[in-house]
Ligand binder design. Structure first.
Ligand SMILES: [Fe+2]
Length: 224
């Protein structure tokens, strides 16, 4: 089964975004996308998809009890890679393996992103934490700090699952996109070592229907 997230969810023009987000949230997303574009980070569909999946997973995990939590999940999903604005395109787009020096540069993007995002007025501390820690691994092998398990902020653990899921189900120059089942299996196989098992479990509950954009299972997501 192909992931429904493969629909071209670019910007907020996709009907899915209008079904899931409030008008105020869509306005905020557009503003943030504009800010990111001014820094050279353009919407290729990945960021809004990660944002929506982060929201969906957080909802499944009862992490959206307040409007602040919902806003934080939305912002973290959209802004998680903003630090790449400060990383050379040559390194980001390098087709072959990275040198140790290049990897060190890439692995600074969470911290750089946290610093950039801290300039946004009213940004929640949870968002900055999620950006800083979205490449931590549950077993402690991630970066930048090698945090383990519950040391990793909860929103960062969920965001990591959404980010990797979307990457796996996206076409890459060196491979075609994985199916929904392949991506979920990979995440399950690495739950506990790389990923939060609870966040992976929440993902596994989704029933993506490839025949319809409505397959994104957020029937009651829209808030009034
Ligand atoms: Fe990242």
């Amino acid at each position: 089964m192909k992931s429904v997230f493969r629909v071209e969810l670019s910007s907020t023009k996709h009907p899915l975004a209008h079904r899931v987000l409030t008008p105020e949230e869509i306005e905020e997303v557009e503003q943030l996308l504009g800010w990111m574009a001014s820094l050279g980070v353009h919407d290729d569909g990945h960021l809004p998809r990660v944002m929506l999946l982060t929201l969906a997973l957080c909802r499944r995990l009862n992490m959206l009890e307040t409007s602040t939590e919902r806003r934080a999940a939305l912002r973290a999903g959209l802004l998680h890679d903003i630090g790449k604005a400060l990383v050379s395109q040559d390194i980001l787009n390098k087709p072959g393996p990275l040198s140790i020096e290049e990897r060190i540069v890439i692995e600074r993007h969470p911290e750089l992103g946290m610093r950039l995002a801290s300039n946004l007025q009213g940004i929640e501390p949870e968002v900055l934490d999620a950006i800083l820690h979205h490449h931590e691994a549950y077993g402690g092998e991630g970066y930048p700090y090698g945090l383990v398990g519950l040391q990793i902020p909860r929103l960062a653990r969920v965001l990591s699952v959404a980010d990797v899921y979307d990457a796996l189900t996206s076409d890459r120059p060196y491979r075609t996109a994985w199916t929904h089942q392949e991506a979920v299996k990979h995440l399950q196989d690495h739950a506990g070592r790389l990923f939060d098992p609870v966040a992976v479990w929440a993902l596994s509950l989704f029933n993506f229907d490839p025949s319809s954009a409505e397959g994104f299972d957020l029937p009651e997501e829209k808030v009034s």
